[in-house]
Design a protein around this ligand. Structure first.
Ligand code: XMP
Ligand code: MG
Length: 185
């Protein structure tokens, strides 16, 4: 990719993975496809906080069908097991029974967060539940029994990414590009 990391972020971001223009072009395509697939269905777009908020904001501005927006929070706790535990906040307020739900995630890595969320959401009896993620990591750590992702912005290598909603200790979310975090800094 030809774009250069802006001077002010060079010590923390080693390279640009997807620049702003590439991201916006892909989101226009996704928005068009989703508008077509969800025409006359008034879907509930359910954003998983915090990482997905930038993607969701851009996505909905490229969608032309009627829709609603809700958010939930998935908090991962590091347990003694490598699988960890995920707690979900905000489920009781969702009210998605008999609705077409599109879960909007920032990134799928092992897929365990997604699996956990989908199991909880299915209990609320949505009419349909599909998954849209901005990034999907090509990782050997992806578990086999995780839900299939229906819409993917980009596939990426197994690197730690920052920007465009992705953080490192809650920072760097505001970058308008996705960068590779400089772990040697
Ligand atoms: P799993 O393994 O459950 O993990 O699919 C998904 C969650 O892990 C976080 N994650 C990242 N966050 N840069 C980030 O800022 C990354 O490269 C990254 N990889 C995984 C993210 O919260 C995601 O929902
Ligand atoms: Mg997440």
């Amino acid at each position: 990719m030809s774009s250069q990391v802006p001077e002010e972020w060079k010590s923390e971001v080693s390279d640009i993975l997807f620049d702003s223009e590439t991201i916006q072009t892909r989101i226009r395509e996704l928005g068009k496809q989703l508008s077509c697939d969800y025409r006359n269905r008034k879907p509930v777009l359910l954003g998983v906080l915090t990482g997905s908020f930038v993607f969701l904001a851009d996505l909905i501005r490229n969608m032309t069908c009627d829709l609603e927006i809700r958010f939930m929070r998935a908090v991962s706790y590091e347990g003694t097991e490598s699988t960890g535990t995920v707690t979900i906040e905000g489920l009781e307020l969702l009210n998605i029974q008999s609705r077409d739900v599109l879960l909007v995630e920032d990134i799928v890595d092992t897929g365990l967060t997604l699996k956990w969320i989908c199991e909880k959401l299915e209990k609320l009896q949505p009419k349909s539940l599909k998954i849209c993620t901005f990034l999907s990591k090509k990782t050997k750590r992806r578990k086999t029994d995780v839900p299939q992702v229906d819409y993917v912005g980009f596939e990426c290598e197994d690197q730690f990414v920052v920007g465009y909603g992705f953080d490192c200790d809650q920072r760097l979310r505001q970058l308008n590009f996705v960068g590779i975090y400089n772990t040697n800094k």
